[in-house]
Design a protein around this ligand. Structure first.
Ligand code: 5GP
Length: 179
């Protein structure tokens, strides 16, 4: 029996599609960083599933770390105030850092996190996101790699929640706000 309810409008990215996109991303990252000090930094909570699969698709020595970021902003300001509620503990100046994110929406969270981590002088910094919603952008920010570009849907599953639920769905689905 499968866990599907009326809140799920339709599946937009299947488990197979996610698996094969992650395999490709893992291959690219392996080729680029093999033999270099590599640190994957994931933004909790949403990116925990993507981080878990992406790190296992990389065939190179690496370290992982997690941070938690909350955005606070008002509708008149284009730049958000991002509060780091849990930070990484290591000195990143000796690492090539990849930020592993679930979704880039307005771009506020990641543009701030990138500024914060860049100020700590990593050897290099790139952003890999599972999903990108460029139509929703309010700040000038582009991830280095987006595995999937999607329209302005509110999506759930594969780590992404609605009211803390649905993170355990193995696929990405459009949320049915009318249900
Ligand atoms: P941004 O700062 O780019 O506007 O927002 C990033 C965060 O907003 C994401 O990490 C995610 O937590 C949340 N978010 C943005 N779009 C969606 C969506 O379609 N579904 C869910 N579940 N969360 C979203």
């Amino acid at each position: 029996m499968s866990y599907v309810d009326s809140r799920i409008k339709r599946i937009i990215i299947t488990e197979d599609e996610i698996r094969s996109a992650i395999k490709e991303a893992g291959k690219r990252i392996t080729e680029k960083y093999y033999g270099k000090p590599l640190l994957l930094v994931s933004i909790l909570n949403g990116a925990f599933v993507f981080m878990s699969d992406l790190c296992r698709a990389i065939d190179a020595p690496l370290e992982i770390s997690f941070m938690c970021a909350k955005s606070y902003y008002n509708s008149t300001s284009s730049s958000g105030n991002v509060n780091i509620t849990m930070d990484i503990s290591q000195d990143i100046s000796g690492y090539h850092v990849i930020i592993v994110e679930d979704i880039v929406d307005t771009g506020r969270t990641l543009s701030e996190v990138v500024k914060i981590l860049n100020a700590r002088n990593p050897l290099s910094l790139e952003v890999v996101t599972l999903l990108d919603k460029p139509d929703r952008r309010v700040v000038d920010f582009d991830p280095d790699e987006a595995l999937f570009t999607i329209p302005d849907y509110f999506v759930i599953g594969y780590g992404l929640d609605c009211g803390e639920k649905y993170r355990n769905l193995p696929y990405i689905a459009e949320y049915n706000e009318e249900a």
